[in-house]
Write a protein that binds this ligand. Structure first.
Ligand SMILES: Cc1cc2nc3c(=O)[nH]c(=O)nc-3n(C[C@H](O)[C@H](O)[C@H](O)COP(=O)(O)OP(=O)(O)OC[C@H]3O[C@@H](n4cnc5c(N)ncnc54)[C@H](O)[C@@H]3O)c2cc1C
Length: 343
């Protein structure tokens, strides 16, 4: 079965990968001159599930995504700069302490996948001073979102510089909108409450103080262990801003946030690069996945967790389109459907 996929970011490429593995013929249409041209084009991203206090349907969705991703990342390995270094989520205030203690109690993950660690244990794990108790996910870590898009799309028919504006003009009976905020340009999706959030990541040279960092740090920002001497630090979160120009002040904002939690890392950093793009989010900040109308599906609003949610959504949509594989509960299906915004 031919499936047209509109958009060549994480959502579209992950879907193409899963459909191809399930015997379908995905075809990607990408408006830009390369894959991963939008939010998915960063060199480094953190794959951590969205950690909620209670283990509800959406927690199940992100939890499933995490374990599905470990298998896929293990398969791609170095080709996607996979670094399963572990991630420490800092409990920097009372609200985060309460929330992550509840996460620990309600998520049914084994100790080898999630545990609370004291500030001293976190410091031993991290290789730099960590001032707070943390939620530690030893199998979390970093990949290159840009590289995984290319790996997902390997062997898939891709049409670059091809902005789709009319699904009827495409061959085949099934199309999937995976084009971020541009989904709003299609009649079937025009009323879904989607919006964008600008984000900039900064790439900084390691220093004496940071060179021993061994895990990804998550503290409201994200600081990744150095790769070839360069750390990724991010990201700004600017819902009011619709431009993707590159800004020195956003590098400063990323570093200031890091220093506010890790004062001993304060210092002069050599900025090696930066990248800005737009996240797409929905009114309730969860993805929008599922069937829109006969033969038309959607995968968008992956927000700040697109590395995992794009893959679990791809598995879910593949089940809808070609059957078999990963089936979600009715609760998850309706929590992700565009129909939740009706009425
Ligand atoms: C600064 C920043 C840091 C982030 N860090 C992380 C992180 O650490 N971990 C994590 O999990 N997530 C992170 N995210 C979120 C993640 O990057 C996104 O959720 C994910 O990339 C969304 O993928 P997507 O395919 O839905 O959208 P996009 O990557 O934006 O892809 C949409 C594609 O559709 C194309 N398109 C648009 N219109 C059309 C059309 N009409 N026809 C054809 N193609 C079209 C666009 O050119 C684009 O390539 C971050 C995001 C940002 C901005």
């Amino acid at each position: 079965m031919r499936v047209n996929i509109i958009g060549g970011g994480l959502a579209g490429c992950a879907l193409a990968y899963v459909l191809k593995n399930n015997g379908a013929e995905p075809v990607i249409y990408e408006a830009s001159s390369c894959l991963a041209a939008g939010a998915s084009g960063n060199d480094v991203g953190l794959y951590n599930p969205r950690l909620s206090a209670h283990f509800d349907g959406m927690a199940q969705f992100y939890s499933d995504g995490f374990f599905q991703a470990l298998e896929v990342f293990g398969h791609f390995g170095d080709a996607i700069d996979w670094n399963p270094c572990g991630a420490l989520t800092l409990m920097t205030n009372e609200r985060r302490i309460k929330r992550f203690r509840k996460t620990m109690a309600s998520w049914d993950w084994s100790e080898e996948d999630m545990r609370l660690v004291s500030a001293q244990e976190a410091t031993d794990i991290a290789g730099v001073d960590v001032p707070n108790e943390c939620l530690y996910l030893p199998r979390s870590g970093n990949i290159s979102p840009k590289k995984i898009c290319h790996e997902y799309a390997r062997g898939v028919e891709v049409h670059l510089n091809h902005a789709v504006d009319d699904l009827e003009a495409l061959e085949g009976d099934v199309s999937v909108l995976a084009c971020g905020i541009a989904c709003l340009g299609f009649e079937e999706a025009a009323r879904i409450p989607l919006s964008t959030v600008r984000g900039q990541v900064s790439y900084v040279a390691q220093t004496e103080a940071t060179k021993d960092l061994k895990v990804a740090l998550s503290y409201g920002g994200h600081f990744a262990p150095a790769r070839d001497g360069v750390h990724c630090v991010g990201s700004t979160f600017q819902p009011w801003d619709e431009r993707i120009d590159l800004r020195e002040e956003d590098d400063s904002a990323n570093l200031e946030k890091l220093f506010s939690v890790f004062p001993h890392l304060d210092g002069n950093y050599d900025i090696k690069g930066r990248r800005a793009s737009m996240r797409t989010t929905s009114r309730d900040h969860f993805p929008v996945i599922g069937q829109l109308s006969d033969g038309v599906y959607i995968s968008t609003a992956h927000g700040s967790y697109g590395i995992l949610s794009s893959l679990v959504s791809a598995n879910m949509l593949s089940n809808f389109i070609v059957g078999g594989g990963y089936a979600v509960s009715a609760e998850i299906e309706s929590a992700l459907s565009f129909t939740r915004f009706k009425g």
